[in-house]
Design a protein around this ligand. Structure first.
Ligand code: FE2
Ligand code: FE2
Length: 302
């Protein structure tokens, strides 16, 4: 949905909150250096010793997750363009989007360096996939800034969960550390965006609830443009790194609880409907997750 006057005014109203959240972020986040966690000592020449799958030390589904997460990070130019493009140059958000982009930029560097030095990906197909992904680009279905904040709140939390779980499932202390550093960053970003949504809810609950309904009922992670996205997503879902249950229990439900969506009063009729629908999302997702899990269990038995 394009930006409405009401949304633009709301963003102006919460500008002091955006500044305060950015200052808190700057104080709280400690910068880290990818070269200190990447195992450079393991690096070997791909010219002398071409890649072969037998060199990989991490299981195939977890490698799929690490690669999908990396390719998603590689599309950063489009995320920057989408966010920076809708806010005036002298706004707090213009400043934030530059800082956020600078911090996000290290994620692809760290994950790629880890995968290459540890030989847990085919460098050639990784580069082919990166090229295909970035050439396709990324479009988000909405340009309204209220939608953007609501989307990024959920997306940064989802990314945090996905990076962290990939690190845990890798069963490799260095992979764990790399992914944990990245996940900590995503958590800082998540707290910023969630804080903006909290401030917007305080000022204009009806408007924000309608937007949240739109964003959370049709939520999809950036990354759908990645080659073979569907096949990779199913492989990752099976591992439990990220699937519908994780999305319901670790992303949607905690957000709705944090914002106390069910307790908001004084809403207009449409927003009350949105509130009801929002409160049903977790249940619907869990039902879908149970069907997926049942199919998986049947397949395992046969
Ligand atoms: Fe990231
Ligand atoms: Fe992020």
């Amino acid at each position: 949905m394009p930006a409405t006057t009401e949304s633009l005014e709301l963003i102006q109203t919460v500008e002091p909150d955006i500044r305060a959240l950015m200052e808190t972020h700057k104080e709280r986040r400690e910068h880290w250096y990818a070269h200190e966690v990447v195992p450079w000592e393991q690096g070997r020449s791909f010219r002398d010793e071409p890649w072969d799958e037998s060199q990989a030390t991490i299981s195939r589904p977890v490698r799929t997750a690490l690669i999908l997460n990396l390719l998603t990070e590689d599309n950063l130019p489009y995320y920057h363009a989408r966010i920076a493009g809708i806010f005036p140059d002298d706004s707090a958000m213009a400043e934030w989007s530059k800082l956020w982009t600078a911090e996000e930029g290290q994620h692809a560097i760290a994950i790629r360096d880890f995968l290459l030095t540890s030989r847990n990906c085919d460098p050639r197909s990784l580069e082919d996939d990166r090229l295909a992904t970035v050439t396709r680009g990324w479009r988000i279905g909405f340009t309204d800034p209220v939608d953007i904040f609501n989307y990024t709140s959920a997306q940064e939390l989802a990314t945090r969960v996905s990076h962290r779980n990939a690190g845990v499932h890798a069963d490799d202390p260095i992979a764990y550390e790399v992914m944990n550093r990245v996940a900590v960053d995503e958590n800082h970003h998540f707290m910023f965006y969630r804080g903006v949504t909290t401030a917007m809810l305080r000022e204009a609950p009806s408007l924000v609830l309608k937007s949240l309904r739109q964003v959370l009922t049709n939520f999809s992670m950036p990354g759908t443009e990645i080659p073979n996205f569907q096949r990779r997503a199913v492989e990752i879902a099976r591992t439990g790194i990220y699937n519908l249950r994780v999305h319901a229990e670790q992303v949607v439900q905690p957000l709705l609880r944090y914002w106390k969506i069910g307790e908001i009063t004084g809403l207009d009729a449409e927003a009350s409907e949105a509130q009801e629908e929002l409160m049903g999302i977790t249940g619907t997702l869990i039902e879908q997750a149970e069907r997926f899990e049942a199919r998986l269990a049947r397949r395992k038995r046969t």
